[in-house]
Write a protein that binds this ligand. Structure first.
Ligand code: KIV
Ligand code: ZN
Length: 527
């Protein structure tokens, strides 16, 4: 049986970032993009350059570093958007412009306030404009699954005649069900006379939990590109999860004669990275990347596993980049074993970085008997966040707390290069720490999320803390890990404050975001 290739188009950095509260810094995006390159993703949608200065810079920087993946920038059907995307992509070895316009009656009437003929005209003009920058043009009819089919066929035909090489069919609101969505793709193949001149792509949202099923159904009917995100993050309930699509095609190749170029051994690492950067923890029972995805709890299952792993495992933990043995390293492990472990987990670091991490690992191993893979992921990410621009640093934390009294936190900090000691009381140690930190710079930030997770099992497990702060509609997320939950909490809050300072600076320079663009203003720009 000859197998056909499915192109993997990752939109973690664009649609994924549209998840409420999941904003990423430019450095975070570049970091994720370099992992996506190593993982052999075919296309990376790196951002929406016209939307903000941050997105523009991210697309620009990712264009420079992407050696394997095609870099794509999103643009509405407006010259300003398209020119901006073209400029941001100018350094890319291989670039794509993805332009879109709504085609459903609902969107055309209420959102665009445009007539069908105007939309068709706009498709032609936008694609022609994008050709100034590249031949690799993707076009999407937004809300395709709720679009009148005859109008959809016509719009696709025009898009292909105008030069679009990929036609992406989005289920924008996650409304479709698998059989129906497969039939839509089949009907497009049968009713659009020039469809053989383009690749059909699909972009499914997960509002009904069907994004992956709908994508697979579309593949069966002829789609050859799938748009997806790491951990399934994205607008509202998210997008189809990359790891689920890829592992499904790999595990069920007996029924699905397709392949992808994805190096699946990179999945766990990138899943962890995206979760840490966005602060969106992965639910334990999440397919492929959840903490329990390869854990066997019941005695009967454990017994079966010991006899033959195939009894309860349809894919191996190694295939997604986890080692089968849970225990990784301990206090007596040497530099060599540590270096090998980093490389097994997919990290490529120079000697200087390995030495830094090794000394952190030794500190951790002194506090914790057994160091697991999850601990190493956390250690690396903690070190990487320290490497970033830090306006505020934690030097030392001490606490007094107990029954029948107020807790007191004493923090020794470095704030903009100056050492300061701050003491504050609170209702419990966390409240005392956060009260102390709240006052160190003028701010109106509210704490909207405080979340603690044990990275591994046992009372000596490292705590991973996530906090989210909101100030004037600007959200930042901070994380910290440590064997001491209080220290991890202080690190997370400080990390969020550092990001807030950075974001305030950028917001000042930044253009108006699309979110702030009124409908009237939007109309003016429509070509
Ligand atoms: O969901 C959607 O329709 C989109 C388009 C921009 C493709 O994200
Ligand atoms: Zn989308």
């Amino acid at each position: 049986m000859t197998k056909e290739k499915i192109l993997i188009f990752d939109t973690t950095l664009r649609d994924g970032e549209q998840s409420a509260g999941a904003s990423m810094s430019v450095e975070d995006k570049v970091n994720i993009a370099s992992r996506l390159n190593e993982m052999k993703v075919d296309i990376i949608e790196a951002g929406f350059p016209f939307a903000s200065k941050g997105d523009f810079q991210a697309v620009q920087k990712i264009s420079k570093i992407s050696k394997h993946s095609i870099v794509c920038g999103l643009a509405r059907a407006q010259f300003k958007d398209i020119d901006c995307a073209g400029e941001a992509l100018s350094n890319a070895k291989r670039k794509r412009i993805h332009t879109f316009i709504s085609t459903s009656d609902l969107h055309m009437k209420y959102k665009l306030r445009m007539k069908k003929e105007e939309v068709l005209e706009s498709i032609k003009k936008s694609i022609k404009r994008a050709q100034k920058f590249t031949d690799d043009i993707e076009w999407s009819p937004e809300d395709a699954s709720r679009t009148d089919p005859d109008f959809l066929y016509k719009a696709i035909e025009i898009a292909i005649n105008s030069g679009a090489k990929t036609i992406n069919i989005p289920d924008t609101v996650g409304y479709a069900i698998p059989k129906e969505f497969g039939i839509l793709i089949k009907n497009i193949k049968n009713n659009v006379y020039n469809i053989d001149k383009a690749i059909i792509s699909v972009h499914c949202h997960n509002d009904l939990g069907l994004a992956v099923s709908n994508s697979l159904s579309a593949i069966i009917e002829g789609a050859r590109q799938v748009e997806c995100t790491i951990n399934g993050i994205g607008e509202r309930a998210g997008n189809a999860a990359l790891e689920e699509i890829v592992m499904c095609l790999k595990t069920r190749k007996d029924k699905l004669p397709y392949f992808t170029d994805i190096n699946t051994k990179r999945i766990s690492l990138i899943s962890h990275l995206v979760s840490t950067i966005t602060g969106f923890t992965v639910q334990p029972n999440k397919a492929i990347v959840g903490k329990n995805a390869f854990a066997h709890e019941s005695g009967i299952h454990q017994d079966g596993m010991l006899k033959n792993a195939n009894t309860y495992e349809i894919m191996t933990p190694e295939s997604v980049g986890l080692s089968s043995s849970e225990l990784v390293l301990g206090k007596h492990s040497g530099r060599h074993a540590f270096r090998v472990k980093l490389s097994d987990l997919g990290y490529k670091f120079n000697e200087e970085k390995i030495n830094k991490l090794f000394s952190k690992f030794k500190d951790l191993a002194d506090k914790k008997k057994q160091v697991f893979e999850e601990d190493i992921f956390a250690l690396v990410e903690d070190e990487q966040s320290v490497q970033k621009k830090m306006f505020i640093k934690l030097i030392d934390l001490s606490l007094t707390c107990g029954t029948g009294r107020k807790s007191e936190a004493k923090l020794n900090l470095n704030i903009f290069g100056e050492k300061k000691i701050i003491k504050e009381k609170g209702n419990g140690p966390i409240d005392a720490i956060f009260n102390a930190l709240k006052g160190i710079i003028p701010n109106e930030a509210n704490l909207i999320v405080y979340q603690v997770n044990a990275i591994t099992k046992g009372t000596d497990a490292q705590a991973e803390v996530n906090v989210r702060l909101e100030e004037n509609l600007m959200t930042v997320q901070g994380q910290g890990s440590d064997v001491d939950t209080m220290v991890a909490s202080a690190k997370a809050y400080i990390n969020a404050m550092n990001k807030l300072i950075m974001k305030r600076k950028k917001a000042k320079e930044s253009k108006k975001t699309l979110l702030q663009t009124s409908d009237e203003e939007l109309d003016k720009h429509v070509i």
